[in-house]
Design a protein around this ligand. Structure first.
Ligand code: NAD
Length: 353
């Protein structure tokens, strides 16, 4: 049995689906079901006794303690977080509560459980904390990609809260001996991605005939990884990672945002042409840049490749094609996540430049 937190969100749901496709070992999935958590992501697991879903907060020590005592997992994978940078600028409080206080409480609950295990179970146990490359801050154009040795320089409330959580995880290992692993991954894309993030937002808006809002000059560079490759990296680290170590995860796919938008337009022009024959590019609209917007992230993934033999299965070209295809084939999912509350949020975000 493993305990996954945040397993109804984008990456967590992909992870749970992948895990149960490849393992018989059951999953307890603890998720608060914030706006970003969506049980619709997991409908294919309905009736599967290997998936036990529990709605709740990682910061609820009584609940987490009870789940650990009842299910006795051999591992915990922590995806639960507030994850959207724009939201962290407009309302940082939830980010501190979940990403900092929640991670602290989870660590304490897990520590209490772990010390009570018998010797063999204690030696086998591990907690994997899922984090981001954004903790390293912004890179100059010619600077080498982030290695695990790069110092932490978070610039947004989101990345600062994730950096704090990484430090807590590290300290619980060094101070209390808790067997932890941390992964710092680049930007993910793929199925079940909530349409407030760049790639799904562009696909969904394009198909709805709406503007494609590009921040500033669109030259911000991000490093992209197909979500299922991130999931395979997490499995690999869980299985073979060295306790107390951190692993950068990335696909060596640095792209300026505007290039991503052009690629999506090109794929949609091919797979679902506009009825007027024009390219979806006609919908691109430049909007006011986000305050403190980091210019470039790039991940050096050589450690996980060298030490654990992990490699992504998808190139950006194959992954983005699969992703666009998925959104075209899953219009029901898109309609389901676009609730009134979601629409209201999006309207407040994209003021014309
Ligand atoms: P997401 O926002 O899609 O999902 C987060 C999930 O956590 C949601 O299901 C939400 O309901 C749940 N959650 C939030 N607060 C909770 C709480 N207090 N208790 C229990 N559950 C709670 O995020 P995501 O994109 O799937 O990211 C998952 C993790 O991976 C995060 O820790 C994020 O920092 C990290 N990460 C994301 C990316 C990316 O590109 N999306 C890249 C690297 C790392």
């Amino acid at each position: 049995m493993i305990l996954v937190t945040g397993g109804a969100g984008f990456i967590g749901a992909n992870f749970v689906l992948d895990w149960l496709a490849h393992h018989d070992e059951p999953v307890v999935n603890l998720d608060k079901l914030t706006y970003a958590g969506n049980l619709h992501n997991l409908v294919s697991l309905r009736g599967d006794a290997r998936h036990i879903f529990v709605q709740g907060d990682i910061g609820d020590a009584a609940l987490v303690g009870q789940l650990l005592a009842q299910h006795r997992p051999r591992a915990v994978v922590n995806f639960a977080a507030e994850s959207h940078v724009d939201r962290s600028i407009h309302g940082p409080e939830d980010f501190i509560q979940t990403n900092v206080v929640g991670t602290f409480r989870l660590l304490e609950s897990v520590r209490g459980y772990w010390v009570g295990l018998d010797d063999a179970a204690r030696a086998a146990f591990r907690l994997l904390h899922v984090s981001t490359d954004e903790v390293y801050g912004s890179l100059e154009a010619a600077a080498p990609a982030f290695t695990e040795q790069h110092r932490y320089e978070p610039n947004s409330p989101y990345s600062a809260s994730k950096a704090a959580s990484d430090h807590l995880v590290r300290a619980w290992h060094h101070t209390f001996g808790l067997p932890v692993l941390t992964t710092n991954c680049s930007n993910n894309y793929g199925p079940y991605h909530f349409p407030e993030k760049l790639i799904p937002l562009m696909i969904v808006n394009a198909l709805a005939g709406k503007p494609l809002p590009v921040y500033g000059d669109g030259q911000q560079i991000r490093d992209w990884l197909y979500v299922r490759d991130h999931c395979s990296a997490i499995c690999r680290v869980l299985e073979a990672g060295q306790l107390g170590e951190t692993y950068n995860v990335g696909g060596w796919n640095e792209k300026p945002n505007i290039e991503i938008v052009h690629t999506i337009c090109m794929l949609l022009d091919e797979l679902c042409p506009r009825s007027d024959g024009q390219s979806y590019r006609a919908q691109i609209t430049y909007v006011k840049d986000r305050p403190g917007h980091d210019r470039r992230y790039a991940i050096d993934a050589r450690k996980i490749e060298r030490e654990l033999g992990w490699k992504p299965a998808e190139t950006f070209e194959t992954g983005i094609r699969k992703t666009v295809r998925w959104y075209l084939d899953n219009a029901d999912w898109v309609a389901q996540v676009q609730t009134g509350a979601y629409r209201q949020w999006v309207q407040t975000q994209y003021a014309e430049a």
